[in-house]
Design a protein around this ligand. Structure first.
Ligand SMILES: [Zn+2]
Length: 468
């Protein structure tokens, strides 16, 4: 029995792990590498194994770095089922369809450009996958409930546990049998934080033979969610007083709904004045509809609000903006107003138009609530760039930049340490520290050795490990 690391080895993106026994070969996740465009397109197009030899895929959650290469896998010959929770399956369909449309548009734009600008590798002339590839995946999705053991082909048993990261997110627990020996392998997927809005907290297992553990923030600590909300409250009150714009670049799935939930609480409790809040992203609007439907994922606090007659994702002043023409009008409106738009790292999407218009305005706030990868516009802005380029034009950064990382959906150092402690009674034979920068992965290996006194490695892509 063998585990092969095909992605997220000493890097955050591209999660993909293969498990091979005499009876079966399957994958956990099939995610997209995200980074520099040229590098990214090569790595995303090919696999280091034969896709048709894979019997099935188990999907931890619907973020592109975990599910974004499924259409490429299917186009290359994979015909098996994809197991996911019901909410993950729905979000995955939405996300892959949206990505396919963007890929097709970008490719068409690249083909229409003269060849010198094509060599900048801004866009590929061929989409990574198209809408019909994304549609094919829909037929392969099979839903599995949380906390129910499901028998899969090849003597494998699967159980999804709450990961507390985004709606539908799971810790993937598998029991793999070969020659009478059972190996209990756990993949944390992306593991969330305690008390994140809407969804239940992570349900970390108390035993595992082998653990794949994410390391994203293993070397950092976040502010608590309540401290974050207190600061958010002050920002809104001040913006109201100065009639300012608050621009929030946000990821459509997860972060946007956490923000809406937090605003609902602040408005309903009269902690902040009612100001217009525009969710300016068709993808975020669709995702919010899916959140509202999947009540089976809600935590007791959210249920409490529903029972008291409150709609947790709706409040006075909230508006959803579908049409581009309405979006264009938003940043010209007089403040106070909060505009929530993608993309989360300010690399594209509607947020760019708002930044273009308002980044030189001292009375505008740019509220950063998520990780900004090196190479992105968001990374330059949070690191204090005085001048940036938007749509090819130089812009002075005069707006006030506020960072609220407490909205992060990933566990920090202390939370990871707490989760690992629950394995103290049954420490694994080996822990794989994955899904992080080399420094973060190394921090986690040290933490595992200290907390559990068991071996830990930070594997590289392509490494193979014998499990039995
Ligand atoms: Zn994620």
């Amino acid at each position: 029995m063998e585990l092969i690391i095909h992605g997220a080895g000493q890097t955050v993106t591209g999660s993909l792990y293969q498990i091979k026994t005499k009876a079966v070969s399957f994958l956990i996740d099939c995610g997209l590498f995200q980074g520099k465009p040229a590098e990214q397109s090569n790595r995303n197009q090919t696999f280091a194994f034969e896709p048709s030899s894979i019997e099935y895929v188990i999907l931890s959650h619907a973020h592109l770095d975990h599910c974004g290469r499924l259409p490429v896998l299917a186009r290359a010959g994979f015909r098996g089922p994809i197991y996911a929770t019901s909410a993950t399956a729905e979000l995955c369909k939405l996300l892959l369809r949206d990505m396919a449309e963007t890929e097709e548009e970008d490719a068409a734009r690249a083909r229409s450009q003269p060849s010198p600008s094509r060599s900048n590798h801004v866009f590929d002339a061929e989409p990574l996958f198209n809408v019909s590839d994304a549609k094919r995946i829909v037929k392969q999705l099979r839903t599995v409930k949380y906390n129910v053991k499901e028998s899969l082909p090849g003597n494998v048993t699967l159980r999804f546990r709450d990961a507390g990261h985004i709606l539908g997110s799971s810790i993937v627990e598998t029991w793999i049998e070969e020659r009478g020996k059972v190996v209990h392998l756990v993949d944390t997927g992306d593991i969330g934080r305690e008390n994140l809005p809407i969804i239940r907290d992570p349900d970390f297992p108390s035993a595992a033979n082998f653990l794949l553990c994410e390391s994203t923030y293993a070397n950092r600590t976040h502010k608590s969610f309540s401290q974050t909300i207190a600061r958010f409250e002050r920002i809104i009150i001040k913006a109201n007083r100065h009639r300012s714009h608050i621009l929030v670049p946000a990821f459509a799935i997860g972060r946007t709904q956490s923000l809406i939930y937090a605003l609902n609480t602040l408005v309903e409790n009269a902690q902040v004045p009612i100001i217009p809040v525009a969710i300016d992203s068709p993808l975020a609007i669709r995702a919010t509809e899916i959140f509202k439907r999947h009540r089976e994922c809600f935590d007791s606090e959210t249920w409490g609000l529903i029972k008291s007659g409150d709609a947790p994702l709706d409040f006075k002043g909230l508006q959803y903006v579908e049409r581009q023409t309405d979006s264009d009008y938003l940043s010209q409106k007089r403040g106070p107003i909060m505009i929530v738009a993608g993309s989360g790292m300010m690399n594209g999407g509607r947020i760019l138009r708002h930044l273009y218009r308002r980044i030189e305005d001292k009375n505008t706030n740019i509220l950063v609530i998520g990780f900004q990868a090196p190479g992105t516009l968001g990374h330059r802005i949070v690191n204090g760039a005085r001048q940036v380029r938007i749509y090819g034009r130089k812009k002075r950064v005069r707006a006030r930049i506020e960072s609220l990382y407490g909205f992060s959906a990933h566990a920090d150092r202390n939370e990871l340490q707490n989760y690992l402690s629950s394995l103290r009674g049954h420490p694994p034979q080996l822990v794989f520290c994955i899904h992080g920068s080399p420094r973060a992965c190394n921090s986690l290996t040290k933490m595992v050795k200290r907390t559990l006194r068991c071996p830990a490695v930070a594997p590289r892509i392509g490494q193979r490990f014998k499990l039995a």
